[in-house]
Ligand binder design. Sequence first.
Ligand code: CA
Length: 229
Amino acid sequence: MNKILIVEDEEAIADLEKDYLELSDFEVTIENKGDIGLQTALANEFDLIILDLMLPGMDGFEVCKHIREKKNVPILMVSAKKDDIDKIRGLGLGADDYITKPFSPSELVARVKAHLASYSRLVGAGHESNDVVEIRGLKIDKTARRVYVNDAEKSFTTKEFDLLTFLAENPNHVFTKEELFRKIWNMDSIGDIATVTVHIKKIREKIELDTANPQYIETIWGVGYRFKV
Ligand code: CA
């Protein structure tokens, strides 16, 4: 299912967009503030982002610029003013399309579908197939950065994904929390290794049937963690 993020402060508009997109089988997340929308956009994998221009917290120009620095997800910018659209174009922020308010929800859905189709052609052109790690019902799609447990997709943050992928690609190897912290958080200094514990807990809640009796990531008391195969 394609995931869409709507960053829009007018709740009535956001809800209407969401309703129409859900009717077309999209999974929709709404954020009402620019800064929070940016965080959500960076911490999750979306197939497309619908970004309003005038937002509290951080305006759409800034949000678009910051997303572009990190991700190549298609961005559809929404504005009430034609002048703003010209400005977006002029700034070269990397938005993929622009739509002016008011627009009909069906027009929005049509634009979203068109973008997803052209984007998947583009991405698909460079890859024969996705790089996938699969272990007992757990599937990690490294290319799409997505995780499935018995075919149900689970939402992972960037670090959770990196940590799980690293462990799964190095099975039966016991890593200390310090090693994992250095590996995933890219820091040579002594960091807060409690971060690793917190992330392991979150990952287990997503992939384990019974977190008290983990089948994938095993705790080696006094040492660290090991991915079981
Ligand atoms: Ca607005």
